[in-house]
Design a protein around this ligand. Structure first.
Ligand code: PLP
Length: 419
């Protein structure tokens, strides 16, 4: 009997193999269902609005053909749908294919990956760079790779979740210092006998739009022989006079030891992350960093976005200047109108409202006026500190910013937030 007919005769009449335990799955559904109901009751369930256009300052969302003005993307330079970038990405997609089906060290490194790493190093003025699928991965992969139980890491208590998770994975002594509190940091640095000491901070804290006191952190690092790690996701490409980030803003260019950042926000908004710093560090991460070693390489169309953006930023800082002047326009007019805007000189402009329900109805009212903003409340921000987080882009026109300000004033008056 031919082999295939033999298999058919052997399996005839059998029930398909069970893929799962029905009891275990119904237990899972029940457990998670209850927790989901709890999240909904607490008013913290995150629904996702479905965008039907490209990411831009003007978008359409499912259920409406009307364009709305978008003030809640991390599209700081307005490059997410830039035609030149999209065209270059299509070109490299055609030449290099959809993807590499491989991690970097097996057969996942193309010339364009090396070119992008070289351009990022050039942009930051660093020796070398390693690409990851995301900055979350870059943060997950660094601490565990380089720190041992003999070492200590000092982390700002409000650092991004990916830094917190990355630190959790490492075996170094873990110390948290109070948010931007240099006295607390110094006291902890003074009393450690660790071999390597690494201070880890966000450059810009994304919920408040406030800035790490980097110059003073660098000073402390020198005093106590520590290294400085900065996550520049909300700074690279647009913050500081030429967009070099927090170290440029705080006049300590080149003095930070390790920078992690993302290609998924200002730098074209596609995806990808990186670590840039000393040659030995980058070479070591290529050998030891688990999200790099055990995950697929960045696809060519995404690498192309990074390459084109880097070319633009290396030749001009016009876009970062534009986002800075748009930010000033928004912050000044809103403050004059009587709103409290948290943070400093940064395109993240949290309009402080306090009450969670007020923040949510304020955002709804703004949408009826064609302005898309999001209310943030506990547990994303502390209790009683609910806010609307406005994010300004270089691509917003002055008239779009003025429309948003006008809508804020109208809604603010009707909800008695301002007079
Ligand atoms: N670090 C900070 C401060 C962030 O805001 C984010 C994104 O939300 C990340 C890291 C993660 O970046 P990515 O989206 O590239 O994983």
């Amino acid at each position: 009997m031919p082999a295939f007919s033999k298999i058919l005769s052997l399996t005839a009449g059998r029930q398909p193999m069970r893929q799962y335990s029905a009891a275990a799955q119904s237990q899972l559904r029940e457990l998670l269902g209850k927790q989901l109901s709890g999240i909904k009751e607490a008013g913290t369930f995150k629904a996702e609005r479905i965008i039907t256009s490209s990411q831009s300052t003007q978008i359409t969302v499912q259920g409406s053909d009307q364009k709305i003005l978008n003030f809640c993307a991390n599209n700081y330079l307005g490059l997410a749908n830039n035609p030149e970038i999209v065209q270059y990405s299509q070109q490299l997609l055609g030449k290099y294919g959809a993807g590499l089906s491989s991690v970097r060290f097996i057969c996942g490194t193309q010339d364009i990956h090396k070119q992008l790493e070289q351009k990022i190093s050039q942009f930051h003025g660093r020796e070398d760079t390693i690409l990851y699928a995301s900055c979350f991965d870059a943060n997950a992969g660094i601490f565990e790779a380089i720190l041992t139980p003999e070492d200590a890491v000092f982390s700002d208590e409000l650092n991004h979740a990916s830094i917190i998770d990355g630190i959790r994975l490492c075996r170094a002594k873990k110390q948290r210092y109070k948010h931007r509190d240099l006295a607390d940091l110094e006291q902890q640095l003074r009393s450690t006998d660790a071999r390597l000491k690494l201070i880890a901070t966000d450059g810009v804290f994304s919920m408040d739009g406030n800035i790490a006191p980097l110059a003073r952190i660098v000073e402390l690092a020198k005093k106590y022989d520590a290294l400085v790690f900065v996550d520049e996701c909300h700074a690279t490409g647009f913050f500081g006079a030429t967009g070099r980030g927090t170290e440029e803003y705080d006049n300590v260019m080149g003095e930070v030891d390790i920078i992690n950042s993302t290609l998924g926000k200002a730098l074209g908004g596609a995806s990808g992350g990186y670590t840039t710093g000393p040659t030995e560090l980058i070479s070591f991460l290529r050998q030891k960093s688990r999200p790099y070693l055990f995950s697929n390489t960045l696809p060519p169309a995404v690498v192309a976005v990074g390459l084109k953006v880097m070319d633009m930023l290396l030749s001009s800082s016009e876009l970062s200047q534009r986002v800075q002047s748009n930010t000033q326009r928004f912050r000044q007019a809103m403050t004059k109108a009587g709103f409290t805007i948290a943070g400093e000189n940064h395109p993240i402009c949290p309009v402080m409202l306090g009450d969670a329900r007020l923040a949510s109805s304020f955002a709804d009212e703004m949408l009826t006026r064609g302005i898309y903003v999001i209310g943030f409340s506990y547990p994303v921000v502390p209790q009683g500190k609910a806010r609307i987080r406005v994010q300004i882009s270089a691509a917003h026109t002055e008239s779009e910013i003025d429309q948003a300000i006008q809508a804020f004033i109208e809604v603010g008056r009707s909800l008695k937030v301002i007079k």
